[in-house]
Design a protein around this ligand. Sequence first.
Ligand code: PLP
Length: 401
Amino acid sequence: VSRFEGIAMAPPDPILGVSEAFRADTNEKKLNLGVGAYRTEELQPYVLKVVKKAENLMLERGENKEYLPIEGLAAFNKATAELLLGADNPVMKEGRIATVQGLSGTGSLRLASALIERYFPGAKVLISSPTWGNHKNIFNDARVPWSEYRYYDPKTVGLDFEGMVADIKAAPEGSFILLHGCAHNPTGIDPTPEQWEKIADVIQEKNHIPFFDVAYQGFASGSLDQDAASVRLFAARGMEILVAQSYSKNLGLYAERIGAINVVCSSADAAARVKSQLKRLARPMYSNPPVHGARIVANVVGDPALFGEWKAEMELMAGRIKNVRQKLYDSLMAKDKSGKDWSFILKQIGMFSFTGLNKAQSENMTNKWHVYMTKDGRISLAGLSLAKCEYLADAIIDSYH
Ligand code: PLP
């Protein structure tokens, strides 16, 4: 008899489990709109040309495979903080930022959670309802208490701004407020610049600490600077901020696990101490981070020509998703005779669209139409092609009514 008899089978992951089910389906009409990974119009995975160029450069240089320092590659850490805040941001000049390379967005969030657990015992993290499914797992495993603030309003398929502000206001002083920097996952609904100002107001009023998750910089608008506007607005107020970054989506480096945790502090001295503690937390967890993705990012961001090429490819990817979004909307409007207003699809931004389909309707999408998606009604437009929009519209209309 096994010593592991007491271990029950874990449920499949709600997002990655969708890909497993997709692979097992033999129907040729099948469509995988589950995971948020960019596909070409031919629905193939895409390696950015600028990434291939950076990798060729790295090969030519014959760089070695020695360990990185615990905090990661220095050139990467500098590049990633500058990409986030802008190179001329006073925060950079004053050295008020602690940047540590992380295992992509997830690992960076996990490291920040460990910092919260150790140095802010009992402090709560407030997360949006709904949010990316893994946030709850991350905070649970780090033993950081969390609760939700209102975000999505099913009546308008839009932002419940009043509810959001009221819940942030009602949270215990000094809570961490998790915010999606841009392209909110799963809803695709972001606050307006004016709303961001008001959110910053309440957070300051309540002495909360803003904690940004930036997994889609460049993917919302196509512009890296514009998509960092929310974070920069908070930084310009002199606030202390946590920011987790990921290069999975915007550089297509999903499997390289490259990202960072940044802590903007009110002094260089505080930043140095925070950084030393982040390193202390990282060392027993994974010792030091992988080098390959860090070198790619450092090369692309650090070289003006490659940086320019990246921006162009970024716009291409964001543009393809926008085209698909428009075509899906047009197809729904043309086919649906019920008079339903589908314009919310056009208002959403980023890789995802929240269709408003409930669990049973989402299951109909999969069981009858072979459209794989998460059961919260989210579809990844990055996995959709213009050619499949009409089929998807048929499936959505059939599932709705
Ligand atoms: N945060 C959000 C909101 C995400 O959607 C994702 C990926 O889907 C991540 C973080 C982390 O992704 P990764 O760990 O691949 O960087």
